[in-house]
Design a protein around this ligand. Structure first.
Ligand SMILES: [Ca+2]
Ligand SMILES: [Ca+2]
Length: 203
């Protein structure tokens, strides 16, 4: 009897480990489709993908050119106004819900409940998850540091997001973008330099 129980547990573990890594979605995006002439190759998305490994979503962004090393001095001299660079994904877990505010300027609405960004503010490079749901109650958006990785050739960014942080959705719509900001995040002056079309993710 103990042997049978062990076999059952083993089969169950195998089943669950297989079913938990099935959500891989890849979206390609053209090279050279930047929306602003001042955009750089490292702001040109060529592909992004979403993969669920265990309880962690891995959002991977592939760029047409490597991230410079060191990263650009900001504000950039050409154009003279970019004070922050961002690469990341939007996550829309509730199609019926539209939220106003951060990281958009006050009063500006968007359908996404979460954003995951890699940000370069001219001094530090860091990644964060923005939970916009508290805005519905008049509270500030909740910002949580997340892990990120940049590959050795510096043309691929990975953002790691615990599924719990986005409410373990059964389905969501994801989009990817590279942007520059003329002011602080949450103010006007957001330049969406490139974006890739959305993907439906059903983990
Ligand atoms: Ca592109
Ligand atoms: Ca929504």
């Amino acid at each position: 009897m103990p042997r049978k129980i062990s076999s059952f547990i083993l089969v169950s573990l195998l089943f669950f480990s297989i079913s938990s890594v099935e959500a891989t979605v890849t979206i390609t995006d053209p090279v050279g489709d930047l929306r602003f002439s001042f955009g750089q190759g490292y702001q040109d998305l060529t592909e992004y993908s979403i993969d669920l490994q265990g309880d962690t979503y891995i959002f991977e962004l592939v760029l047409a050119e490597p991230l410079p090393s060191p990263l650009p001095v900001l504000p950039q001299t050409v154009p003279p106004f970019i004070k922050q660079l961002r690469w990341g994904v939007s996550i829309n877990t509730d199609p019926d819900l539209v939220i106003r505010g951060y990281p958009f300027a006050r009063g500006i609405a968007g359908p996404m409940e979460y954003f995951a960004f890699l940000r370069w503010d001219g001094e530090s490079l860091f990644a964060e998850l923005i939970n916009r749901l508290p805005l519905l109650d008049g509270l500030p958006a909740e910002i949580t540091p997340i892990n990120y990785e940049i590959n050795s050739s510096r043309d691929t960014i990975q953002l790691m997001v615990d599924a719990n942080l986005i409410g373990n959705p059964s389905q969501f719509i994801c989009g990817a973008a590279a942007a520059g900001d003329a002011g602080r995040q949450g103010s006007m002056g957001n330049f969406l330099v490139d974006f890739a079309h959305g993907a439906v993710v059903s983990p």
